[in-house]
Design a protein around this ligand. Structure first.
Ligand SMILES: Nc1ncnc2c1ncn2[C@@H]1O[C@H](COP(=O)(O)OP(=O)(O)OP(=O)(O)O)[C@@H](O)[C@H]1O
Ligand SMILES: [Mg+2]
Length: 332
């Protein structure tokens, strides 16, 4: 049975950025709910608002230039929007762990890896120095860096890319967070390492019963690891379904095109397939359904009204006026 309790519920989230007199609408009425214990993937082209969404959950949007216009982010029963910096800091690390594409930016170059994990554990779990160091070691072992005590005493620059990524995972999970946000955690690694890190993440997710919000460009990986998938386009969720449903019966033309398009061969395993046209400029998002400018099924209403996310099956939602009525055919 799929667990039903929601750990994270985002409703009608709006995030924009003020830059050189322009207003860039990065997230425009986004709804996302992540159930306890699941791996929930968020997929969409570059610039669609995935990172802005995950940073909003962690209270990491710089305001200004960012602005959270309206909406709600409920995490584990509490509202995140409006939380003070202390409360946010306490939540990050302890209740929400995060892994990013570039570990180098999040590991402090001036501190040894073991010290960084120890400090985070001391701060969040209140352990004394010895116990915290022991826990740091335990978690480094859990991510496959345990054989060698030297890793604890290494600076980030002394580790390889894969080791840094593992160290960051250890740091992210050392406080047993309820939610792990992994924002394209393997994109910067070569294919073999990507696989190793993904396998590691999945085994940890199972072992620790973690809830994971997984952000990815790679539909192959998403298909392998997710329970639920949300598809984002220009700052809104256009479809959300169980993995099985989404891959076998996509309802939104954007999802259908993602599944039908061929990935660029030189980017295989790394990127979403290509759909003709481009993600809208966040300063000039088209009215109505933002996808209508690229959509082969679009009719007049699509440029005029914003389709709401509607339920089509037990665990299947789509925001398209023609969901279930019109289908894109494979050859055009
Ligand atoms: N600090 C900022 N200032 C101005 N614009 C920003 C800022 N951060 C994000 N944006 C804009 O918000 C939009 C969404 O960005 P975001 O980083 O969330 O995309 P993404 O889906 O994570 O893309 P990628 O797959 O490339 O990581 C983009 O148009 C981006 O340029
Ligand atoms: Mg991103």
């Amino acid at each position: 049975m799929r667990p039903v309790e929601e750990l994270l519920t985002i409703q009608d989230l709006h995030v924009s950025f003020h830059q050189d007199g322009k207003v860039l609408q990065a997230v425009r009425g986004l709804d996302l709910s992540v159930r306890k214990g699941e791996v929930h993937s968020l997929v969409g082209e570059s610039g669609s608002g995935k990172t802005v969404t995950s940073k909003s959950v962690m209270g990491l949007i710089d305001i200004p230039p960012g602005e959270i216009g309206k909406g709600s982010i409920r995490f584990s029963g509490r509202e995140v929007i409006g939380m003070g910096p202390r409360e946010l800091r306490a939540m990050r690390g302890k209740e929400i762990g995060m892994i990013f594409q570039e570990p180098a930016r999040y590991l402090n170059p001036a501190y040894k890896v073991g010290e960084q994990i120890r400090e985070s554990v001391s701060m969040h779990l209140g352990l004394n120095r010895g116990d915290a160091l022991e826990r740091a070691y335990e978690y480094l072992a859990l991510v496959g860096l345990g054989q060698d005590q030297r890793i604890l005493n290494s600076y980030p620059h002394e580790l390889s890319g894969g080791m840094k990524q593992r160290a960051m995972i250890a740091m992210a999970i050392a406080c047993n967070p309820k939610l792990l946000i992994a924002d394209e955690p393997t994109t910067a690694l070569d294919v073999t390492l990507q696989l190793q890190i993904l396998k590691l993440l999945i085994s940890l997710q199972r072992k620790l019963s973690m809830t994971v919000l997984f952000i990815s460009h790679d539909l192959g990986v998403v298909r392998e690891i997710s329970d639920t998938v949300s598809v984002i386009y220009a700052g809104r969720i256009v479809e959300r379904a169980s993995k099985e449903e989404l891959f076998s019966r996509p309802l939104h033309p954007y999802t259908t095109l993602l599944l039908l398009s061929k990935p660029e061969p030189e980017k295989r395993g790394k990127d979403l397939p290509t759909i003709p046209g481009r993600v809208p400029d966040p300063e000039h998002v088209p009215p109505g359904c933002a996808f209508h400018t690229r959509c082969p099924l679009a009719e007049e209403i699509c440029g005029r009204e914003v389709p709401e996310l509607k339920q089509y099956g037990e665990d299947h939602w789509a925001a398209c006026f023609f969901a279930g009525k019109k289908q894109i055919k494979e050859d055009g």
